[in-house]
Design a protein around this ligand. Sequence first.
Ligand code: NAP
Length: 253
Amino acid sequence: MTTPLPRHDGTIALVTGANKGIGREVARQLAASGMTVLLGARSAERGQAAVAELIADGAGDVRFLHLDVTDEATVQAAAEAVERDFDGLHVLVNNAGISGISRVTHPSIADVTASDVRRAYETNVVGVIAVTQALLGPLCRARGRVVNMSSALGSFARVTGANGGAPSPHLLLPYSSAKAALNMVTVLYAKALSEAGVSVNAVSPGYVATDLNNQAGTRTVAEGARIVVDLATRPAGELPTGAFLSDSGDLPW
Ligand code: NAP
């Protein structure tokens, strides 16, 4: 019996932090839609295991790409591999993220240290900038699309209740402030890259059961992946840029 060749339609997507959680599900769905998906992971062991599982499940053309978003050497090597192997990058999902806190060691905001915040910003903000910047060439050549994994917890309106809703009770200093910064990063890249035809949007997947929240979330990874896959696959003419979206519509900044 011969193994069927993976189907792919020439669309190249890179998902960071895709060895588990929402990123893995996004990688699975994009590959199932026909894209060639580069599954970024900081651990070769975890990344290759995820690729092997997805391929065994018939996901399509999924390839491991070693990428620690906080490690400039792996970011540069990953960008060089994309430049070498492909004409352009059509979809970049900046998904890798950390909460930067734990309920056990951070029972209150007074227990959060500057180094906790630095660590969260390194991954959730600086990491996104490092990866996006390193891939600008392939993204511009493909008139690509960037989807930044933000959070409703990064929304000033949601946290303060300024949109008329109940203010969020969560005071997650490293995480919320990093995602708020990521929202501004998204808007600035969207403005800067619009002439090159590259769209840049921020999304919130909702409260999804993953290791990030010790599986406490109420949504599935498939539900969390929905808005990302939507933006990655929508016809170009229907794509916003500089927006903050969930699968139920626009989110307030
Ligand atoms: P998760 O299951 O913990 O997945 C996070 C992924 O990011 C893992 O693959 C992790 O790799 C990777 N990662 C962490 N640091 C990295 C680094 N320096 N370089 C490369 N990869 C790194 O959590 P998730 O819920 O799926 O989170 C995915 C994204 O969604 C995050 O940006 C998160 O902030 C966002 N989000 C999640 C929720 C939710 O309710 N779950 C809500 C709003 C937003 P390792 O396995 O090596 O740690």
